[in-house]
Design a protein around this ligand. Structure first.
Ligand SMILES: NC(=O)c1ccc[n+]([C@@H]2O[C@H](COP(=O)([O-])OP(=O)(O)OC[C@H]3O[C@@H](n4cnc5c(N)ncnc54)[C@H](OP(=O)(O)O)[C@@H]3O)[C@@H](O)[C@H]2O)c1
Length: 249
């Protein structure tokens, strides 16, 4: 049975990836930090005995390396770089450690993990799904570090896709607002961006359809596509001023 590692499988998109990838017939390595929440994901699956739980705090280089070492011999077919979080608030007001952790978890860990398993994914003609964000499409005041990191994720993922065209399918997933744990973790005020909210189920389904089509850049659902179009059509000086007002708490 082909094995797929999903990082951040303990909730939100990660749990939904677990449900839909199990339905597609894969055995799963479900990663997270929180054992109880990861167990809830396992409980939501139809064949829990088929899957394994793995733990690592991806803000820790050491724990990321231990996770990578544990993958030796597991002959991965797929990797979903999904784990991530943001820190909402004025840049100067928020702790620098938390902001550096956003860089480590949302960009450094995916780069390290992917680099380690890519030869295996290529050998198995498998896939890589990188969960980026529409936050990557425009600088975001009050989510400055997160948006910069996701811009890095999108550029890196799209470049990898071009480098390995025909060898491994790569999906760069760019969702907008979705009802997951993201807002609570980031400290975002309720209500922002709700008009564009799209379910985790739809987001994951769209990314797997893009995967079936051979990989690509995926903006899921019509609401997120509309938001993407607005981002593309709005000059940066206007969007910066609009977002600085809109995203301020
Ligand atoms: N929801 C949105 O509106 C939205 C939009 C665009 C992109 N995204 C992206 O979607 C991805 C999934 O987030 P989500 O929306 O599903 O949020 P979520 O429900 O909060 O899930 C985040 C996942 O990331 C894991 N994680 C966070 N910090 C970690 C760390 N230091 N080490 C290891 N794992 C860590 C969490 O594990 P623990 O449970 O162990 O903490 C959890 O499983 C993220 O990359 C996020 O940036 C979200």
């Amino acid at each position: 049975m082909k094995t797929v590692l999903i990082t951040g499988a303990s909730g939100g998109f990660g749990c939904e990836f677990a449900i839909q990838l199990e339905q597609a017939g894969y055995a799963l390595l479900l990663h997270g930090r929180d054992k109880a929440r990861l167990q809830l994901t396992l409980d939501a699956l139809q064949y829990p005995e088929r899957h394994k739980l793995v733990f690592a705090d991806l803000s820790s280089r050491k724990e990321t390396e231990v996770l990578i070492d544990s993958l030796v011999g597991s002959e991965l077919y797929g990797l979903v770089n999904n784990a991530g979080f943001g820190v909402w608030g004025g840049f100067a007001a928020k702790e620098s450690v938390a902001q550096a952790d956003v860089i480590r978890v949302d960009l450094l860990a995916p780069v390290m993990l992917s680099h380690a398993v890519l030869p295996c994914l290529i050998r198995n003609k498998g896939f890589l799904i990188n969960v980026s964000s529409l936050a990557a499409e425009t600088p975001l005041p009050y989510l400055a570090t997160y948006a910069a990191v996701k811009a890095g994720m999108t550029f890196w993922s799209e470049a990898i896709r071009a480098e390995h065209q025909g060898e491994v399918r790569v999906v760069t997933l760019a969702p907008g607002p979705s009802p997951t744990g993201f807002r609570d973790v980031s400290g975002a005020p309720k209500g922002k961006g709700n008009a564009f909210s799209t379910s985790a189920e739809q987001v994951v389904l769209s990314s797997l359809q893009t995967l079936d089509a051979g990989g690509g850049y995926c903006v899921p659902g019509w609401r997120h596509k509309l938001l993407w179009l607005i981002q593309k059509l709005t000059p940066r000086f206007i969007s910066l001023s609009l977002m600085a007002n809109y995203l301020k708490k």
